[in-house]
Design a protein around this ligand. Structure first.
Ligand SMILES: C[S@@+](CC[C@H](N)C(=O)[O-])C[C@H]1O[C@@H](n2cnc3c(N)ncnc32)[C@H](O)[C@@H]1O
Length: 287
């Protein structure tokens, strides 16, 4: 979401871009979010890679915290016939949108293996699972060490003994800048707006806007008020919450370029690049 990798501008003529394209009033913010922010196929591939590398087998049960439309859960149940997913989010509007969408993309049997519930991730009571996901930096909304540690402790409780917690994080010098980044996508432009950063508290306010070829705009389609946590802080808090083998997975570069190649590997050290996204894995116990 907060990547700084720039894409080239749409080079089609204005009339070409206008034809049959989206507008602010005809667009749905959740659909645009899924199209611009999420890559659930890559998330599922990453879960499989982690389980293969750390456990020598694949997982079948996941819990998706902060699930929103539960797109990752849907991708998970599609991936294999014995996969199950349970998602939690506090916002009934996004859950309802996801339930409608998932009933289109999944068949009856697949829907039986996907549950979503309206609940605070800090109070979830559910059957233990092999993997819990906290994606797209959602846990950055916990702004104190105590609140974040409590969430991590609760997530650890929700895992089976050999379970693995998978999170992501972003950072880099540009993450401290107040700036906008645009990405031209199919019929609309995604805008990541880092509206404010407070160096004393570490608080950031980020918005997502969507712009359209007819010059209409969906302003502040999503707003996030977060603390910009650093990797050492996140690692320490995961360990304080009882996790072991806390590992940062750093993204490799495309050949002869600074662009990320989408391949994440365990790393002890990173590079001081302007923008990075990592995955973090934390094991309930060293199984
Ligand atoms: C950044 S979105 C993440 C959506 C999706 N999981 C993804 O990866 O893109 C954060 C979501 O967290 C939800 N949320 C915020 N606080 C929460 C809480 N305490 N418990 C459960 N969900 C929460 C919001 O309603 C929102 O849908």
């Amino acid at each position: 979401m907060g990547t700084t990798k720039k894409k080239s501008k749409d080079r089609r003529s204005r009339s070409q871009r206008k034809k049959g394209w989206r507008t602010a009033s005809s667009s749905d913010r959740h659909e645009l979010y899924e199209l611009s922010v999420q890559n659930t196929e890559a998330e599922v591939e990453f879960i499989d890679k982690v389980w293969t590398q750390l456990r020598g087998r694949l997982a079948s049960s996941i819990r998706e915290d902060f699930c929103g439309t539960a797109a990752a859960s849907a991708e998970w149940v599609l991936a294999r016939d014995d996969n199950t997913a349970i998602g939690f989010d506090l916002d009934q509007e996004v859950l309802d949108w996801g339930i409608r969408r998932n009933s289109e993309r999944l068949d009856e049997e697949q829907l039986q293996r996907l549950q979503v519930h309206n609940a605070d991730v800090r109070a979830v009571q559910a059957e233990r699972v092999q993997t819990i996901l906290a994606m797209n930096f959602s846990y950055f909304l916990f702004k104190t060490r105590e609140d974040l540690r409590q969430y991590f402790e609760h997530a650890r409780e929700g895992l089976l003994d050999d379970g693995i917690f998978i999170l992501d994080a972003y950072g880099g010098s540009e993450s401290y800048e107040e700036m906008e980044e645009e990405k031209d996508l199919d019929g609309f432009t995604y805008v990541w707006d880092q509206a404010s950063y407070d160096p004393i508290t570490g608080d950031v306010v980020n918005h997502i806007h969507f712009r359209f070829p007819d010059e209409t705009e969906m302003t502040k389609a999503f707003t996030y008020e977060w603390r910009l946590w650093s990797l050492p802080e996140i690692r320490e808090l995961l360990e304080e919450a009882g996790f072991t083998n806390v590992t940062v997975w750093w993204e490799g570069n495309e050949e002869d370029s600074e662009e990320g190649n989408g391949v994440f590997e365990p790393a002890e050290h990173g590079e001081a690049c302007p923008g990075w996204i990592v995955y973090i894995t934390a094991e309930k116990s060293s199984a």
